[in-house]
Design a protein around this ligand. Structure first.
Ligand code: NAD
Length: 435
């Protein structure tokens, strides 16, 4: 991932050149504002003590308190969290939210912990970072392998430390603990709005648009379910253990019900008679799913799925980045040369943080919205920003990723400029009477 940070930086340099921003902006965005590493002691169920490494990185807060999820994964490192915190900074700006960007993580395989160990770890993480978070400072949320329950524990720990209820400190909470309706499906729903805007522009008919979805977790599942409901044809789905393919289309909600029963897509296919009766499913590998001949390849698992190694073999007409960083810089260049548009992560998956913003607003106002209001407002934000990015890509004849970055970085640069840059202060000094 440090590799990815370097790649992002070189991409960013191009964006800076195109935007002609002040050197101050480059300097400010070259490194994070604050990076904290904590060692979290956790008493395990067998009585032993284990120490886990946790991180919280606040990249830039010029546009508002920083915002970003917390990831529990064995491969979490400070470098990865830093790269993700930078993407959050850009994403919040692309979506026009009054937030800067942050990210957090703990190096742990959460599937190996009992529920009580997981609760102790989640609370320990908050004790470690409590001094640098808060509703007006930095607001965590769920990410890979963290969920609403974990956010509930974390929020409660923060209340105990502060001795006051400040639900705006964390978003993605359970609805009964101050979470927002519509938050769970927001990332997938936002990605669908993006795809619909794009389809309209390209003249794609949902019925004739075949979609392969890699990753069947929170983001991938809700996207697949809602796209199916909107009339798109989901022909392939996969999770970490493998995938399935059906030319006539799959019903993601039905597959999820069976997956929850079986806990694994592959096992379900062969063991569950009712699904096998519904459609003619073929088992495929994750590599095969990526190379399918489909109209849309939706990537909703992890980073670095399309790289120089497989970009030449991608047959999709367009790629939808629902995960963060699923196409690396080399893969991106190859897809651009091959005229395969990539709808970029900083725009496509912004729905999650948009509804997190709604949750924060509701928490601070103490007034809660119905789900229709949340979904309507999400649609309006996603459609508005999509139109702006598509128009910019046309105007400046650049890739959609480049347009999204120009759009987001222009807003961040505007905020940095408005605080005063070298040019401003030199001018001001010349104009004063100070001797
Ligand atoms: P999740 O943990 O709920 O799901 C991840 C899914 O990917 C699981 O189904 C897992 O089995 C699958 N997977 C893992 N490795 C795979 C592989 N090699 N091939 C195929 N499938 C694989 O996580 P999530 O919250 O859905 O997040 C997925 C991605 O979306 C991440 O990059 C995350 O940062 C990004 N994202 C999520 C949200 C959100 O609100 N959940 C918001 C913005 C971005």
């Amino acid at each position: 991932m440090s590799e990815q940070r370097t790649q992002t930086q070189s991409f960013l340099d191009e964006v800076f050149d195109q935007l002609d921003v002040s050197d101050d902006v480059r300097t400010r965005l070259a490194q994070p504002k604050l990076a904290l590493t904590v060692n979290i002691p956790v008493r395990m169920d067998d009585g032993t003590l284990q120490v886990f490494k946790g991180f919280r990185v606040q990249f830039d807060d010029t546009r508002g308190p920083t915002k970003g999820g917390v990831r529990f994964h064995p491969r979490v490192t400070l470098e990865e969290v830093t790269a993700l915190s930078f993407w959050m900074t850009v994403k919040c700006a692309v979506a026009g939210l009054p937030f800067g960007g942050a990210k957090g993580g703990v190096a742990v395989d959460p599937k190996r912990l009992s529920r009580l160990e997981l609760e102790r770890l989640s609370r320990g993480y908050i004790r470690g970072i409590a001094d640098i978070i808060g509703p007006k400072r930095d607001i965590p949320a769920p990410d890979v392998y963290t969920n609403a329950t974990i956010m509930g524990w974390m929020t409660d720990e923060y209340y105990q430390i502060r001795r006051q209820q400040t639900p705006g400190v964390i978003t993605g909470k359970p609805v009964h603990l101050g979470g927002s309706l519509g938050r769970t499906s927001a990332t997938g729903r936002g990605a669908l709005h993006l795809l619909q805007q794009w389809a309209q522009r390209q003249g794609l008919q949902p019925k004739r648009t075949r979609i392969a979805v890699q990753g069947f977790g929170n983001a991938g599942y809700h996207f697949a379910r809602l796209a199916h409901e909107a009339g798109f044809r989901i022909v392939a789905l996969s999770d970490s253990r493998g995938g399935i393919y059906a030319e006539d289309g799959l019903d993601p909600a039905l597959i999820m019900r069976h997956k929850l029963n079986r806990r694994e897509l592959k096992a379900m296919l062969y063991c569950d008679a009712s699904v096998c009766e519904e459609a003619d499913h073929k088992e495929i590998s994750n590599a095969e799913l990526l190379e399918l001949d489909v109209e849309v390849l939706a990537l909703a698992a992890l980073e670095d799925q399309i790289t120089a190694d497989n970009a030449e073999r991608i047959h999709a007409d367009q790629v939808l980045e629902i995960a963060n960083g699923p196409v690396d810089a080399a893969g991106d260049r190859i897809l651009a040369q091959r005229d395969i548009p990539v709808l970029p992560d900083v725009l496509v998956n912004a729905g999650g943080v948009v509804v997190s913003h709604f949750e924060w607003v509701q928490n601070r106002a103490g007034e809660y919205w119905d789900e229709a209001r949340v979904n309507d407002r999400l649609k309006s934000v996603m459609e508005g920003e999509a139109k702006r990015v598509f128009a910019l890509a046309d105007e400046q004849n650049c890739t959609l990723r480049s347009a999204a970055y120009r759009h987001g970085v222009a807003r961040i640069a505007g905020a940095i400029h408005d605080q005063g840059t070298r040019e401003y202060f030199q001018g001001a000094i010349e104009g004063t009477n100070v001797e």
